[in-house]
Design a protein around this ligand. Structure first.
Ligand SMILES: *Cc1c(COP(=O)(O)O)cnc(C)c1O
Length: 410
């Protein structure tokens, strides 16, 4: 008899974006002619830049010749891309990593979801709340989160980030957390972390022998030079942190699938006997068994982001989205809403007016202005009373959405 992994049955069925889609569809059935603008789901809208397209065409042509054809590549990724990463993303910031510490991935979702496999099932995890749902769900699948009660998992430490604490999560007191998920710039709140605050987390991890899993998927959106773009800008991080990067939001790779994960050789975890096991070796072993690499064409595409033209073009698209972010921020504030984020991240986190719940504001915005946002509570209990707007739309549609919101509020 084939038995199910019952941990999967504990997952909450309601996948946030599926619920949003269901409600939007219900609205469409009643109002078939309505023109709905979505500032909800976090996908990008702008095409790949010319440098990337050119590199992909070239890679495809290579594949068509006997000499240029590439089959299985190295599981950790091609050196041409790993070198480009070290040279462009780290060395200029004074971070010296070894090439073997860079693992090319097929997107940060896979690796942030899979990395927990290397850890014993009864580690205690901590997440900032609200949070990208992948971190918790992937731990639920292995039975690490306890049971779901009143909107939270019993065996997860939620570290609230709300307007009340300035979106600065408090260092955990009491039972030590073994594995900490941090995501900065943050999805969904669009807020960032200062070097000073990040240092506190590294000190906590070093002191408690904890592991930090740091998701830097939005680092390209940081404009303030004082804000760290990588956790390794802080001393000591190499001993306790793994960092995930993605080209999805940086360069519109949501459909191409490529990013990378940094696993420093100094990061290790313990056995019950007290032996130290380096995560770098373990991750390599895991990847060689379960992953056959990101496609050659995708890796050539990613390499092109680091050429002078690629850098310029990618920056143009980021600026394009950030213009949306600043319009969203200014207009929503001028209407009287309380908004956060949007300055170093493509998300605006807005408090709902008059203490409305996330879902009731979501529905009134949908019915009143035909604009879709994402209910904050879908990202965790502390997201209640907030909604998220993304800056990934086109200028035209974003402006139109804002005009409607202004009219609706008059
Ligand atoms: C979009 C996103 C990612 C990137 O996922 P990919 O699999 O690389 O497309 C990772 N982390 C967060 C928080 C995100 O919002």
């Amino acid at each position: 008899m084939a038995l199910v992994n019952t941990h999967f049955l504990n997952l909450q069925n309601n996948y946030l974006f599926a619920d949003v889609a269901k409600k939007v569809n219900a609205f469409k059935v009643m109002h078939p002619k309505a023109d709905i603008i979505s500032l909800g789901i976090g996908d990008v809208t702008q095409p790949l830049c010319p440098a990337v397209i050119e590199a992909m065409h070239k890679a495809v042509d290579e594949m068509s010749t006997a000499d240029g054809f590439r089959g299985y590549g190295p599981e950790q990724g091609y050196d041409f891309l790993r070198e480009a990463i070290l040279k462009n993303d780290f060395r200029p910031r004074g971070i010296h990593l070894d090439i073997d510490e860079v693992f090319i991935n097929d997107g940060a979702k896979s690796d942030t979801g899979n990395f927990q496999e290397l850890l014993h099932w009864d580690n205690f995890i901590g997440v900032t709340d609200p949070i990208y749902p992948v971190y918790i769900d992937s731990n639920v699948m292995i039975g690490r989160c306890g049971i779901y009660q009143d909107g939270r998992w019993t065996n997860v430490r939620y570290m609230p980030t709300t307007a009340e604490n300035g979106f600065v999560p408090e260092i955990p007191q009491g039972r030590p957390v073994d594995v900490i998920y941090l995501c900065y710039p943050n999805n969904p709140t669009g807020t960032v972390i200062t070097k000073q605050e990040l240092r506190k987390w590294i000190n906590y991890a070093l002191k408690n022998d904890a592991l930090i899993l740091y998701d830097a998927a939005y680092q390209a959106y940081i404009r303030d030079p004082e804000i760290p773009r990588s956790i390794y800008e802080i001393r000591g991080a190499r001993k306790c942190a793994v960092e995930f990067h993605s080209y999805s939001k940086t360069a519109g790779f949501t459909g191409i699938r490529c990013g990378y994960t940094i696993v420093p050789k100094e990061v290790s975890v313990a056995t019950f006997e007290g032996e130290r096991i380096p995560l770098n070796q373990l991750w390599l072993r895991r990847q060689c068994t379960k992953f056959n690499g990101t496609s050659y064409v995708s890796q050539r595409a990613a390499e092109a982001i680091y050429t002078p033209e690629g850098k310029r073009q990618v920056q143009q698209t980021i600026d394009y989205y950030m213009e949306n972010a600043s319009r969203l921020l200014n207009t929503l504030r001028s209407v009287g809403y309380e908004c956060y984020g949007g300055e170093n991240a493509p998300y605006i986190w807005m408090r709902t007016p008059d203490g409305m719940t996330s879902w009731s504001f979501f529905e009134s915005l949908l019915y009143g202005a035909n604009v879709v946002c994402t209910p904050g509570v879908g990202f965790g209990p502390s997201g209640e009373g907030y909604v998220r707007f993304t800056a990934f739309g086109t200028h035209e549609r974003t402006l139109e959405a804002l005009e409607r919101i202004k009219r609706w509020n008059r």
